[in-house]
Write a protein that binds this ligand. Structure first.
Ligand code: NAP
Length: 461
């Protein structure tokens, strides 16, 4: 058995408290931060560097040697160097034979090279055991100890023993290793830190697009139309009135869009008579970003609440109500309380409050810390049953608010429907189809399909 493999055996078989030396190539930001953390966790650390001069930045208990000398002291070598410098490792191939090399590198762009950095390292040093890991952890988080959000460390590699050794180090640092399989997974792991909110892209773009559309729609009907035909300058509506129309409309539509893909999925499964055929890609992607759509909807609903609460403070609102009071005083006539209007206004407020309460509850249960503490049935109860209830309450809130006013011809400026009428299309469609889907004659076959029954089984016994 050569010296290197004996080092590896020593590390895996070691059951005493003493930890084996870890070598880090590169004394840059990441190398230093990881070295600090390793030393804190009881690992002796030796750096392999182009300069053996000790600087203040290097952890004080670490040794700094030339690359070859440092590599001989450890079975695991962490390569804290950018990929473009990997060529310098080729002359060290013999020293590194049999050693575990941990590739922690990241790229500047997605799929920057044809192969992953870890596979490239394995090609350069075929005698070494390359493991990918640590690249999703930042030097700053390691140093400042703010690792809570990124405790998970993806690890992959072709050599099980080597991978296990790296995972042991990850655990010793207080992090959680996640085995992603062979080195083929390295490209995906390297792309991971470069992704910019992948699940949020579609919901954010959709929200921007719809918000802009509804904003200009309101601007045309509430400001431009009144300026042209009624000679009123309501340009200040841009600040609060229009946002307070757009926000509830967006909240309602986005909440309905959370449940619409489930409706499509049910219809597709009923039509195909099986659940064993993949949904179209667009539906898969839509299903995956339902949580994000729901959270954006909650943000719009919260803005609507705030805009509504400040309504009494607005000069326009105070002017309008004092105008009404003065008109009554001049006419010497107090208008009687309209009981129907009082009922409608109290009902729509109550529906809105209850709908918003459930909305917040949905948002809270979608947080990982909460959803991890409820079982699947409880999660489904909140997200599906209470979610639909929230959609019903919010739709009713809009319907009651509009009431008979939706039917009045003055609500159709330029023959265009009021924004609230538009906002009801998707939620009402979702609720009507959902109502049909819960009928026993539809629900029963759908439940059977979801339990694995097939109308035309492909593989019959
Ligand atoms: P860095 O600060 O630029 O340090 C890289 C180190 O590589 C240098 O300090 C130097 O160490 C060594 N080096 C530079 N040129 C070299 C050459 N021509 N030949 C041999 N060695 C050379 O970079 P870093 O931020 O520490 O990142 C190191 C690696 O970790 C990168 O692959 C990066 O993608 C990855 N990473 C970084 C972070 C982070 O937060 N910084 C997070 C995850 C992954 P010596 O002077 O000691 O030789």
């Amino acid at each position: 058995m050569n010296k290197n493999s004996s080092n590896i055996m020593a590390l895996t078989a070691n059951t005493s408290n003493k930890r084996e030396t870890v070598c880090i190539f590169g004394t840059g930001d990441f190398g230093r931060a990881l070295g600090h953390k390793l030393i804190q966790s009881g690992y002796p650390v030796v750096y392999g560097s182009r300069s053996t001069q000790i600087s203040n930045l290097i952890p004080k208990d670490a040794e700094v040697l030339g690359h070859a000398e440092a590599a001989q002291k450890a079975a695991i070598i962490i390569i804290a160097i950018q990929r473009q410098h990997y060529n310098f490792l080729t002359p060290l191939a013999e020293v590194l034979r049999g050693k575990v090399l941990v590739d922690i590198s990241n790229n500047l762009k997605l799929n920057q090279y044809p192969e992953s950095n870890a596979e490239y390292l394995a090609q350069l040093l075929p005698g070494s055991k390359v493991v990918k890991g640590f690249n999703t952890v930042s030097a700053w988080a390691l140093q400042s100890g703010t690792l809570d959000a990124s405790r998970q460390v993806f690890v992959c590699g072709d050599d099980m023993e080597a991978k296990q050794m790296v995972m042991n180090i990850v655990r010793a640092l207080g992090l959680t290793p996640l085995d992603k399989g062979s080195l083929l997974a390295a490209q995906e792991i390297e792309n991971y830190p470069l992704q910019l909110f992948p699940m949020w892209k579609f919901p954010i773009l959709l929200s921007f697009g719809l918000t802009a559309f509804f904003f200009f729609y309101c601007l045309a009907l509430d400001v431009i139309y009144t300026y042209i035909y009624e000679n009123n300058n309501f340009s200040f509506f841009i600040a609060i009135t229009i946002p307070n129309r757009v926000c509830p409309v967006m909240a309602l539509i986005l909440l309905a869009l959370v449940y619409l893909p489930g409706i499509f999925a049910a219809i597709i499964q009923l039509y195909r008579g099986t659940k064993y055929r993949r949904f179209p890609d667009w539906l898969d992607k839509w299903m995956l970003c339902r949580k994000q759509l729901g959270l954006i909807a909650l943000a719009f609903a919260s803005l609507h609440v705030v805009f509504t609460l400040v309504t009494p403070l607005r000069a326009f609102v105070r002017w309008r109500s004092s105008k009404g009071v003065i008109a009554q005083a001049l006419n010497n006539k107090t208008e009687p309380l309209n009981n129907t209007d009082a009922w409608l206004s109290d009902s729509y407020l109550a529906l809105g409050i209850l709908g918003y309460f459930l909305f917040v509850l949905l948002g809270i249960t979608s947080l990982p810390s909460v959803s991890n503490n409820v079982n699947w049935r409880e999660f489904r109860f909140v997200q599906s049953k209470l979610g639909y209830l929230a959609l019903i309450l919010c739709t009713a809130h809009t319907l009651v608010y509009g009431g008979k006013w939706f039917l009045s011809p003055s609500a159709y400026k330029w023959y265009l429907p009021n924004i609230y009428i538009l906002s009801l299309i998707v939620p009402c469609a979702v609720l009507v189809v959902k109502f049909v889907l819960i009928f026993p004659c539809v629900d029963k076959p759908l439940t059977q399909i979801r339990q694995g029954w097939e109308r035309n089984p492909k593989y019959s016994e």
